[in-house]
Ligand binder design. Structure first.
Ligand code: GLU
Length: 488
């Protein structure tokens, strides 16, 4: 390592969308570097060419941009340890694999795929039987010279125990005889993940490996590689599992059946990147000595430290995310909220004459997600069917008959109104209530129901009339009058 600085990395495999578990790994790795004035590297691990998904690298880099996780070295920005895409580093790994062979910590294996398949069929749990482990050097040289296909395997000691210290989970130990002689270099010349990431982490000066706990038990094999090379081991920070809660309350690994699990799907559903980041920061970490829940990225950098990372599995709670998101939405300046929600409102309510900025204003404090905004405006987009029962309201003491009377009486006043905005309309209805001897609540109820055609609405009667505009409001009131008259 060139200096004492903390160097972390995020090393995704481009095999699909950006799962929120991956995003949490990226965030914690970024935070560990940023909180300590260190460096953060992004490296694309694409040596498993079969599992590559087109466009996945773009999604990963785009997600890092959208969430504000900037990196000091990596694709697009470059750096002194590049390239940062493993398939472009293919030539680097062979020499290190050969070095391990020379050191007695790895060996050439010439077993054919057919032989390995037979082994697998005979005992699918048995793994590789170390068939080539003790070939004589002469034989190996001859077979290599003859151009026989080969892989290079790690020579795991047959006895003893390998241990390492994980920063979150403590000491992890594994009996060497439990470990497989895993492949380091494949027949196609590509390294496996198991080998490539060790070589790259060393060459890139990574001091802290932050990743999901699925790697906790394979890490003994990786530390054996460091030891064989004589390289200092990095610090390991394995993160707790991310779980989801099923409808029946059962807990299992977070997956699609629990809801949206990719960053892109969450954005699509109307969650704000800031809210997602804030929420996932708390999925496995909490600040020391405080109950603070709301954090900007700079605040997270201030507060983050490894001793706040928990080893117990964290359960992704969509209700909690909704709450975070609604709080973030409320904090948006009104114009910004309107800007973000407007495309959805326009798509849903294309009719002329609607006051969509006013509608956005009404929705601002009432939604958990931007997606909910679109779901709440069906009643604006169309005239919903009559629900007569709504006109009977206990609290406001209304009946369909009373509502019909009110609507008949206010309609001409509304038609004559020359200043169609909330305050004027509000005074108009209040004055009418006082003059007619009706309760203001009853008048508001009748008008709001006639205009919205549903009982629960964002905003009151006069606000909604402002959204609809004069022509549509009056048309809806006339419609309600004729419907109520028909039901007398
Ligand atoms: N490429 C591995 C993955 O996406 C990274 C694991 C690691 O960070 O070492 O799971």
């Amino acid at each position: 390592m060139s200096d004492d600085k903390i160097v972390t990395r995020f090393a995704p495999s481009p095999t699909g969308f950006m799962h929120i578990g991956n995003l949490r790994t990226a965030l914690y790795s970024w935070l560990l570097a940023r909180a300590n004035g260190g460096r953060f590297i992004v490296r694309i691990e694409d040596t498993d060419q079969v599992r590559l998904v087109e466009g996945a690298v773009e999604v990963i880099l785009q997600t890092l941009k959208q969430t504000g996780l900037d990196y000091d070295e990596g694709p697009e920005v470059g750096g002194e340890h590049g390239p940062y895409v493993q398939s472009e580093r293919k030539e680097i790994y062979k020499k290190y694999a050969e070095e391990l062979v020379a050191k007695g910590a790895a060996y050439y294996c010439f077993c054919t795929p057919e032989r390995l398949q037979q082994l697998h069929e005979a005992d699918s749990l048995g793994g590789y039987d170390r068939h080539c482990r003790n070939l004589l050097a002469d034989e190996v040289a001859a077979r290599l010279a003859a151009g026989e296909p080969y892989v290079i395997r790690q020579k795991i000691p047959l006895e003893g125990v390998t241990s390492y210290q994980d920063e979150v989970f403590g000491e992890i130990s594994m009996e060497n005889k439990e470990m497989q002689d895993q492949i380091l270099l494949k027949a196609d010349g590509y390294p496996t993940y198991n080998f490539a990431h060790v070589v790259d982490d060393y060459l890139m000066g990574v001091t802290h490996v932050v990743r999901g706990s699925e790697y906790l038990t394979s890490t003994p094999k990786y530390v054996l590689l460091y030891d064989a090379f004589g390289w200092p081991r990095p610090h390991y920070v394995h993160l707790p599992l991310l779980m989801g809660r099923g409808e029946d309350g059962s807990i299992s690994k977070l997956s699609k059946r629990h809801g949206a699990v990719s960053f892109q799907d969450l954005l699509q559903a109307g969650y704000l990147p800031e809210a997602i980041v804030n929420y996932i920061a708390l999925l496995g970490w909490c600040p020391k000595d405080s109950n603070q829940e709301f954090f900007t990225l700079p605040e997270l950098c201030q507060a983050f430290s490894l001793d706040g990372v928990s080893k117990s599995p964290s359960v992704f709670d969509y209700g909690k995310l909704n709450w975070f998101n609604s709080e973030y939405i409320k904090q948006l300046p009104p114009a910004e909220f309107a800007g973000r929600v407007m495309p959805q409102l326009k798509a849903k309510c294309p009719a002329d004459g609607l006051n969509l900025p006013k509608l956005a204003q009404l929705l601002h404090t009432r939604v958990n997600t931007l997606g909910e905004a679109a779901e709440m405006v069906d009643f604006v987009a169309e005239r919903l069917p009559l629900e007569l029962a709504n006109y009977t309201n206990k609290k406001n003491k209304t009946t369909p008959e009373l509502c019909l009377t009110i609507l008949r009486q206010v309609a001409p006043r509304l038609a004559a109104c020359a200043d169609w905005q909330n305050d004027t309309l509000f005074s108009l209805l209040k004055d009418y209530a006082a003059e007619s001897g009706n309760k203001a609540g009853a008048v508001m109820w009748a008008v709001r129901l006639a205009v919205a055609r549903q009982a629960v609405t964002p905003g009151g009667a006069t606000e909604l009339m402002e959204v609809f505009g004069q022509a549509e409001s009056l048309a809806r009131i006339e419609l309600a009058i004729s419907e109520l008259a028909n039901h007398q």
